[in-house]
Design a protein around this ligand. Sequence first.
Ligand code: UD1
Length: 417
Amino acid sequence: MECVEIIGGKPLSGRIEIQGSKNAVLPVLAGCVLHAGISRIRHCPRLQDVEDMIAILRELGCLVWWEEDCLTVDASFLSGTVLPKETAGRMRSSIFFLGALLGRCGQADIPYPGGCVIGARPVDFHVEAMRSMGAGIDEAEGRIAARAKRLRGVEITLKLPSVGATENIILAAVLAEGVTVINNGAKEPEIEELCRFLRGKGARIRLLPQGSLEITGVSALKDSEHELIADRIAAGTYLLAAAVTNGVVTLGRMPVQHMQALLDCLEKMNIAIKKEGKDITVDCRKPHRGIEFLETAPYPGFPTDLQSPMMTLLAVTEGRCRLRENVFEARFKTVEQLRAMGAQITTEGREAIILGVPGLHGAQVRAEELRGAAALFLAGLGAEGRTQISGCGFISRGYENICENLKQLGADISVEE
Ligand code: UD1
């Protein structure tokens, strides 16, 4: 999917179900190589990032197959520990194979990961953690080559609560010798989800009273079947799409408990929210109230991955908002595109000032990264007239069937390959 055309201005209405979580499934897929056997993952989203992880798993000798929304990985006959540059270099999550392959095989050779350009995104915490667990690591020619006879448990205190580094350390620690403790680790729901998946395979992981994680190494894991949590970022994006179009939408299979920061914000903006079990209905027909300040933060704060889609809503909400991005330093790439659609936004460093306008107008715009692409989809849905978005390959990395879902909610959207 390269180019999408949206004729905007139609309020969304109806119901869709929320996909399985992208950010949860990526470390889980790397975790499958820890076990010489079967891992089954239900409610697995069909996304480009998932296909790229599957390609890596197959390169490593795993058998991987789909049965409807269930993905099975058989890692019985793992035959390699070197990740291909073409696939692995494209996605940041290939770095999860560092911990997982070191844990299972005592060696891993990984290209420096790619992924969305939203900041420097180094992997120094990951590499340092593996070193402290006893791995010898050579970094040369764009690759990380690591070796360890058997990793050993240590106490690691992260400088920042990095989501990826916390997950990589967990993956490395599951089969390590002794006990690993992670202090100042990330608290995102996807961390708990990785732990739940690994516990289902026999891993010993517990949360310590002060919020640290303790992983006691075991000698082997077992076959498992796991149902994946729903994607709180996709869910939030659809809620924001309803808001931008002043629609009334019901979303099923919602990860309600993981969405408080966004729901609080929407309520402040005068959007009516009804929760019923795992359904959420938003009624966005009343005029929205502006908010003066919003900042992203690690969980349970407002998620950085919803910052760009939220910016689209703020762009058409009366009033002035100061939006601060605390997690990544270069996450305002969509501002210029939104401006081309009539938004009034200026940026300085980590802050954007948004002056709400009554409406946006259609334009030709280009997506530069995944969540920025989602923000442009929302802008197109809310705008008067025709919006053509190129660079839409990014959207398939994180949103399953987004065009079909939006069509089901009444959007006028078409895809040009
Ligand atoms: C994950 C999510 C991404 C989300 C982000 C923050 C996945 C697959 N991706 O990304 O969608 O936006 O969490 O919620 O789950 N850092 C370092 N050194 C490191 C690692 C991180 O300096 O070794 C810095 C980063 O540059 C960034 C901050 O720590 O400024 C947080 O990054 P991190 O939590 O690691 O994000 P990801 O795991 O890459």
